[in-house]
Design a protein around this ligand. Structure first.
Ligand code: NAP
Length: 274
C-alpha cells in the first residue's frame, strides 16, 4: 500500500543546482520548494505572496538550506526580467524552473466574464510562456536545465471551469512545443498534471467529496507527492525524458468513469467492499 508520506527518501541530488519555483510561497509550490532545497538546490521562491514567501525562505535557511524569496507576478514580463536578473546575480546560473503558479475560476462557460477569463489565462498560460522565454537563455548559458510546467489532469478532458481547462490544455501543448525547440539548448521541458491535491486553491471547495468518491485510489493526493514527481523531472534521474506530461491523480485519468460503471454494474468491488 502506498502512503502519502512527506519524508520519503530523496530520489535525486540537486547539489550545486539553482531553481526558481513560481507560486512557491504556499500549497504545492511550497512543497516543491522544500523538497528541491532538501535535495541540495538553491531555490528562489517566486510569488506574489510576500509574507509567506519570506517566512518560508527564513524557515529553510534556519534548517541549513539555501532559499530566497523574490516577488514575482508571473503575468508580467518586466517581473520575469527582474527575477532572472536576481537569479543571475545570486548564483550566476539557473538549472531548474518550475512554472507552478496558478489560479482557478470555477464558473461555467456562460458565467465566465471576459475579465476573469483574461486574468486566468494571463497567469496560468501566459505566465508559463513568459517564464520559459525568460529563463531559457540563462539555463542555456549554464549548459542546459529542466523546466517543469504544472498543468492539471483537467488537461485531458472536459471540466467544469472552461478558462482553467483551456489554460491547462494550453500548458500541455506549450510544453511539448517548447521541448522540441529547447532540446538544442540542453533544456528538457515536461508537464505534471495533478488530480485533486488539497491546498489553499480548493480547501473548502464543494467538489472535494465527489472527486474523492470518483478517484480509484479513493483519496486526494498530497503536495509532497506532487513535489516528488517534480524533483524527479527536475533532476538528472529523468535525463532522457522531454516533452511528456505526467498525470498524478490516483488513477482518475486512467479510467475513473469506466471503473465507476464497473462498480455500479457489480463487475468490480467498490473501495469500501474491497
Ligand atoms: P495555491 O495553494 O493557491 O498556490 C498557488 C500559489 O500561486 C499561491 O501562492 C498564489 O498566490 C500564487 N500566485 C497566484 N497568482 C500568481 C501570480 N500572478 N504570480 C505569482 N504567483 C501567483 O494552489 P495549488 O493548489 O498549490 O496549485 C499549484 C498549481 O497546481 C497551480 O498551477 C494549479 O492550477 C495546479 N493544480 C492544482 C491542483 C489541486 O488540486 N490543488 C490540481 C491540479 C493542478 P495567491 O494565494 O495570492 O493567489
Amino acid at each position: 500500500m502506498t502512503s502519502p508520506t512527506g519524508n520519503a527518501a530523496l530520489i535525486a541530488d540537486l547539489s550545486g543546482r539553482v531553481a526558481i519555483v513560481t507560486g512557491g510561497s504556499r500549497g504545492q509550490g511550497e512543497a516543491e520548494v522544500r523538497l528541491l532545497a532538501r535535495a541540495g538546490a538553491a531555490v528562489l521562491i517566486a510569488d506574489i505572496l510576500d509574507e509567506e514567501g519570506h517566512a518560508l525562505a527564513r524557515a529553510l535557511a534556519s534548517e541549513g538550506h539555501e532559499a530566497r524569496f523574490f516577488h514575482l507576478d508571473v503575468a508580467r514580463p518586466e517581473s520575469w526580467s527582474a527575477a532572472l536578473d536576481a537569479a543571475g546575480r545570486w548564483r550566476g546560473r539557473l538549472d531548474i524552473l518550475v512554472n507552478n503558479a496558478g489560479i482557478i475560476n470555477r464558473k461555467s462557460t456562460h458565467d465566465t466574464t471576459l475579465e476573469a477569463w483574461n486574468r486566468l489565462i494571463a497567469i496560468n498560460l501566459t505566465g508559463t510562456f513568459l517564464g520559459m522565454q525568460a529563463a531559457a537563455p540563462l539555463m542555456r548559458d549554464g549548459g542546459g536545465g529542466s523546466i517543469v510546467n504544472i498543468a492539471s489532469n483537467s488537461a485531458f478532458s472536459g471540466h467544469y471551469d472552461p478558462a482553467y481547462t483551456a489554460s491547462k490544455w494550453g500548458v500541455r501543448g506549450l510544453t511539448r512545443t517548447a521541448a522540441m525547440e529547447y532540446v538544442t539548448w540542453g533544456i528538457r521541458v515536461n508537464s505534471v498534471c495533478p488530480g485533486l491535491i488539497v491546498t489553499g486553491l480548493n480547501a473548502n471547495a464543494p467538489h472535494l467529496k465527489p472527486m474523492i468518491g470518483l478517484t480509484p485510489m479513493a483519496r486526494s493526493g498530497t503536495p509532497d507527492e506532487v513535489a516528488q514527481l517534480v524533483l524527479f523531472l527536475a533532476s538528472d534521474a529523468s535525463s532522457f525524458i522531454t516533452g511528456e506530461d505526467f498525470t498524478i491523480d490516483g488513477g482518475f485519468t486512467a479510467g475513473a468513469a469506466y471503473r465507476r460503471v464497473a462498480v455500479e454494474s457489480g463487475l468490480l468491488p467498490s473501495a469500501e467492499q474491497a
